[in-house]
Each structure stands twice: as structure tokens, then as C-alpha cells.
Design a protein around this ligand. Structure first.
Ligand SMILES: Nc1nc2c(c(=O)[nH]1)N[C@H]1C(S)=C(S)[C@@H](COP(=O)(O)O)O[C@H]1N2
Ligand SMILES: [Mo]
Length: 352
């Protein structure tokens, strides 16, 4: 397509299933169009058919039901702007290196979701008193590496998170039907949790009375702090506090003078309270200017005006702190599957 517009391109991590990273360094703003939105898939895309617009709510409930897309759209709904952050984002930076998609910074996006609070659907289904979790099954399925049975992409939420008023069964992204590759027609949206919780192509919601086990719940999306044992494992849930520098680019050569350094910061644990920048290997830190957020779950854009102190090489580092007092650590919390990277952000530039 040559319409004269300059577009950023994805970085392909794999094509089948499709895993593509967005060039976050070239994107500014609080809402991303779908063509700039990373893709993270475990399987090939599901086939949709006439039954695809039905959602089944079942399990340990006294009133199981099937509801159609059109009926969901007619229920009271809300719009929420929030980022979607893949827990594998920045996996490429773990040392020692870990296996898995080698994401750099681009497995993140942000947009406006419209949906019905899951809570309303659950209230209608009337979960049994001994309910502990709610399971979400997507329509995509396949064989996982090293396994021989066919499985669905399936994940659960503890009842408390499932009943959170902003956990949505979403039907629109940026005011339009959810794009096919991102979960059309219905997708779960779980604010403040890493992306794996937001199940695409939602087919079934099942209320359960004991903790759900499945390959995407109890094998993957678990922090394993040790290289060869499962000792100390904990589930991947809330997004950790983080900041990135979008401009300048790592290892770029810039002119002497004044430069505006820009970036993003976010945390699933609270609001971003402060982002600091250092030019001396972290000996001294200065606050950057935070822009006003576009919405309460949204990421924080920030900027800092830098007068280069002379020719030479510089390390520029940033670290964010949230309202709960969480701060980016000096070095990453290493874990075998490479989730939740949030060490102090680090680039080098050369001033000529
Ligand atoms: N059904 C289904 N839902 C899914 C996935 C998937 O493979 N299948 N991937 C999850 C992961 S790990 C992430 S990070 C996000 C990615 O959403 P996106 O592809 O719309 O960017 O979807 C989540 N939901
Ligand atoms: Mo992810």
C-alpha cells in the first residue's frame, strides 16, 4: 500500500502462531490503533462460525445460560482505557537468558475497551456458595510443545478479581468491534493484571469450586525463581511497576545540545508516583515531568529536557515508583520462564 503515509512496522517473533512486537519507541499517545498493537498468540487463530457469537456461562451456578453478542451489547456497559502488558515483555533482557519469545519492549499496547462487567453476568448465573474461581476458555486450541493432547487457551481468576467492577466481558476496542486477531467478538479484560489474563475469543465462563489447573495456569505464567526446581514458584498476576525510554533509542548517536527524552511508566499495583532519571550509573537521580494521565488505569507519559554536558558516551537510566511504594529494582528478578521483567531501564547514547 503506497498512500504516502509513513507507518511503523512490527517486529515478527513468529508467524504461526502469530507473535508480533510493536515499535513502541516510535509511538506516542495514550490510545493505540489496532495496526500498532502487538500480537501474542499461543495457537493458530480460531475458526469462527454462526455459533461464535454465543457465550456460555456455566459450572457451579444455579442458573447456567447462553447469551448472544447482541444481548450482551444491550446490557449496561462501561468504557475503560487501559494498557495490555504481556508478562513476557522484555524477556530478551534476562541474564542468564531464558527460553521463549525474545520480546524487547514492544509487547505492550493501550486502548479503550467497552464491555459489560463480568460481575453482572456472574450475578445472573448465581454462583454456588463454595465458589473459589472462575475459568475462561478461548476458542483457540492446539497442541503445546512437548505435550500430545489438544488444549484450549484457558485461564482462571480468583472470585474476588472476577467480581471486580472493572473486569469486563468486552465487545469493542476503540469504539469498534474487537479486531479478529485480538479476540472478536468477546474478550475478557482484566485491569492491572498481565495480558495472559485477558482471554481472547471468549467461548465459555465456568464457575468452579476448586482451584483450576491447566497448562496456561499451572505450568506457564508461573514465576519459577530456580533454574531446575519448582521451589518457590508463584503465579504471575499483577503488572509490576515499570518505565521505559522511548526516545532517544538505545545506542543512538545524538548531537550536542538540548534533547527531549520521552517515555512511559505504569504499574498494576497503584498509580505512578514518580519517575526518576540518572546519567551517572544511578549515583544521583532527578525527577522527570509526568504528564497527566488520560484515565485512571492508563500509563503515564513522561518527558525530561536534557542539555548534553559535552561529547562522550552516556548511560541513561530510569526508574518508576508507584503509590504503593513499589520501585523498579536495580537488577531483574530472574525467573526460568522470563516473566515480569522490570529492572531499571537502561540505554546508552553517544553525543557527538
Ligand atoms: N484465547 C487466547 N487469549 C489470549 C492469548 C491466547 O493465545 N489465546 N494470549 C494471551 C497473552 S499471553 C497476551 S499478552 C494477550 C495478548 O493480546 P493481543 O494479542 O490482543 O495483543 O492475550 C492473552 N489472551
Ligand atoms: Mo503475554
Amino acid at each position: 500500500m503506497d498512500d504516502g503515509k509513513v507507518r511503523p512496522y512490527f517486529t515478527t517473533r513468529s508467524l504461526i502462531p502469530e507473535n508480533q512486537e510493536t515499535p513502541i519507541h516510535f509511538l506516542r499517545g495514550s490510545i493505540f490503533d489496532k495496526e500498532y498493537w502487538f500480537l501474542r498468540n499461543h495457537f493458530q487463530y480460531p475458526e469462527l462460525n454462526v455459533a461464535s457469537e454465543n457465550l456460555l456461562v456455566t459450572g457451579a451456578v444455579s442458573n447456567p445460560f447462553i447469551i448472544k453478542l447482541e444481548e450482551i451489547k444491550a446490557l449496561p456497559h462501561k468504557k475503560i482505557t487501559l494498557p495490555l502488558i504481556c508478562s513476557g515483555n522484555q524477556r530478551a533482557k534476562f541474564r542468564p537468558k531464558v527460553f521463549g519469545e525474545q520480546w524487547e519492549e514492544g509487547a505492550v499496547s493501550q486502548g479503550v475497551w467497552t464491555g459489560v462487567p463480568l460481575k453482572e453476568l456472574l450475578n445472573y448465573a448465581k454462583p454456588d456458595e463454595n465458589t473459589v474461581e472462575v475459568v475462561f476458555t478461548g476458542k483457540d486450541r492446539g497442541v503445546k510443545p512437548n505435550k500430545d493432547e489438544v488444549v484450549s487457551f484457558e485461564r482462571s481468576l480468583p472470585l474476588k478479581k472476577a467480581l471486580h467492577p472493572d473486569t469486563l466481558v468486552a465487545f469493542e476496542y476503540n469504539g469498534q468491534s474487537i479486531p479478529y486477531k485480538h479476540g472478536y467478538p468477546l474478550r475478557l479484560i482484566v485491569p492491572d493484571w498481565y495480558g495472559m489474563a485477558s482471554v481472547k475469543w471468549l467461548k465459555t465462563i465456568t464457575v468452579v469450586t476448586r482451584p483450576f489447573e491447566g497448562p496456561f495456569q499451572t505450568d506457564d505464567y508461573v514465576y519459577y525463581p530456580r533454574p531446575d526446581t519448582d521451589e518457590g514458584k508463584t503465579p504471575v498476576t499483577t503488572v509490576r511497576v515499570n518505565s521505559i525510554i522511548q526516545q532517544p533509542l538505545d545506542h543512538s548517536i545524538i548531537d550536542e545540545g538540548t534533547h527531549v527524552i520521552v517515555g512511559l511508566a505504569w504499574s498494576g499495583e497503584g498509580q505512578i508516583a514518580e519517575v526518576e532519571i540518572s546519567f551517572d550509573q544511578g549515583n544521583t537521580w532527578e525527577p522527570v515531568t509526568l504528564e497527566e494521565k488520560s484515565a485512571s488505569y492508563a500509563w503515564t507519559e513522561w518527558s525530561y529536557v536534557w542539555k548534553t554536558p559535552g561529547k562522550g558516551s552516556y548511560t541513561i537510566q530510569t526508574r518508576a515508583r508507584d503509590s504503593q511504594g513499589n520501585i523498579q529494582p536495580q537488577s531483574e528478578f530472574w525467573n526460568r520462564k522470563g516473566y515480569g521483567y522490570n529492572a531499571i531501564f537502561n540505554i546508552e547514547v553517544k553525543v557527538e
